[in-house]
Design a protein around this ligand. Structure first.
Ligand SMILES: Cc1cc2nc3c(=O)[nH]c(=O)nc-3n(C[C@H](O)[C@H](O)[C@H](O)COP(=O)(O)O)c2cc1C
Length: 404
């Protein structure tokens, strides 16, 4: 049996991986959510284009945003071009650039990508131009790391440790003056005025994203970073209009969405990534996500990207193939909004079934696309859909399965 080990820092990526998890084709067969595709008459499949506002994705395969921790002062460089170019040539429909800081303090590490100044635009444009020229749609995830900011990157000798102020680190901020990790200073509790300044920074970053050629914008409200930390009662203990009741905890999200939607043209889709459950009693729940998604749909959000976790180290996460797909399925059904499924989706039949059975409108792949940038071509070869192969003409002519 072909066993692959998954082991990624939950703190940095918001995936459940306290001990790592084995995924395999064998495990896939035992997971109901990942059953083989049952053709449904008229139902879309993995290769059916997806239209969101004025943007049509060539298929339902998205690259999940993945920090590359390879920037200096927030600037994109050749690495970012190569990372996106490989997956655009590989046939991915939507390529979401990593969590990109809307302010310098909003970066997880000093090496995270940023979009807090106009000078960042030209280098990002090189990424979007290549992606667009090869049939992909470039999207960007706008982010603020909140209390999880100012950490060393995972491949630093002291991974995820707090970067002291005298070494170029900065004071983390959050809804509440409460640490997430063991080390580092107690974060600064944001004032209402400072919260509104960050909302404005999200809108300014969205404007710069358009100038850089991005055609889809996603707001990062997951994984215990700033947005999610306002939603979750585990991280938000405020007593003012941004804390306490559900309405108050959702205020920062709704105000940010309104501010960003106001600067986006009608044809530009807006996505929100949520941690749809904290997986902890007393935390943010799937019911909460359904309710907030209904409100987001009314505010002009087009798709909820359904992730989970990141607010508490006590979370009990049932990690396994497609483990977050039921979150996407329920929000899609009950909130009347398109959803994206993410998390241990690795096999073509598994991904196709999620779309064909109406569990989500889009599948997002993270680590599997790191392993294989040509995964869409592999899926096309395995599934044999009627649609044209998702492969660049420079390669298609040379391969027996795509030669005309
Ligand atoms: C290297 C790496 C970096 C990541 N960075 C981000 C990020 O910037 N924003 C985000 O929302 N999730 C991030 N994630 C989480 C992924 O987007 C995805 O949700 C997670 O890996 C589960 O999907 P997978 O099982 O297909 O990898 C990251 C994951 C990895 C492996």
């Amino acid at each position: 049996m072909n066993r692959r080990q998954f082991c990624v820092s939950a703190a940095s990526v918001g995936v459940a991986a306290t001990t790592g998890v084995a995924a395999s084709e064998g495990a896939l067969q035992t997971d109901g959510a990942a059953a083989a595709s049952k053709p449904v008459d008229g139902a879309p499949n993995l290769f059916t284009p997806l239209k969101l506002r004025g943007v049509t994705l060539r298929n339902r395969i998205a690259m999940s945003p993945m920090c590359q921790y390879s920037s200096e002062d927030g600037f994109a460089n050749e690495w970012h071009v190569a990372h996106h170019a490989a997956r655009a040539v590989g046939g991915v429909g939507l390529l979401l650039a990593e969590a990109t800081g809307v302010t310098p303090q909003g970066r997880i590490t000093p090496n995270c990508l940023g979009i807090w100044k106009d000078e960042h635009i030209p280098a990002l444009r090189k990424v979007t131009e290549f992606v667009s020229a090869h049939g992909g749609v470039p999207g960007i995830q706008l982010a603020h790391a909140g209390v999880k900011a100012s950490r060393h990157r995972p491949f630093h000798p002291t991974p995820n440790a707090f970067v002291p102020l005298e070494e170029g680190g900065w004071m983390p901020v959050g809804p509440t003056a409460k640490r997430y990790g063991q080390d580092g200073p107690v974060p600064h509790e944001l004032t209402a005025e400072e919260i509104r300044a960050i909302t404005a920074a999200f809108a300014a970053a969205a404007t710069r994203s358009l100038a850089a050629g991005f055609r889809v914008v996603e707001l990062h409200f997951a994984h215990g970073y700033l947005g999610h930390s306002f939603l979750s009662p585990l991280m938000n203990e405020r007593k003012d209009e941004y804390g306490g009741s559900f309405d108050n905890r959702a205020r920062f999200l709704l105000e940010s969405v309104r501010a960003v939607r106001a600067v986006l043209p009608d044809e530009t889709p807006l996505l929100v990534r949520l941690s749809c459950t904290d997986w902890v009693d007393g935390g943010w729940t799937l019911d909460d996500s359904v309710e907030v998604s209904r409100r987001l749909a009314k505010e002009g959000v087009d798709l909820i990207d359904c992730s989970s976790g990141g607010a508490s180290r006590q979370a009990q996460i049932p990690v396994g193939p497609s483990y977050q797909t039921p979150l996407a399925e329920r929000i899609r059904r009950e909130a009347g909004i398109a959803t994206g499924a993410v998390g241990l989706i690795t096999e073509p039949a598994q991904a196709d079934a999620i779309i064909a059975e109406g569990k989500a409108d889009l599948v997002l792949l993270g680590r599997e696309l790191l392993r294989d940038p040509h995964w869409p071509h592999r899926a096309w070869t395995a599934l044999k859909p009627a649609s044209p192969p998702p492969i660049a003409r420079e390669y298609a002519w040379a391969l027996p399965e795509t030669r005309r």
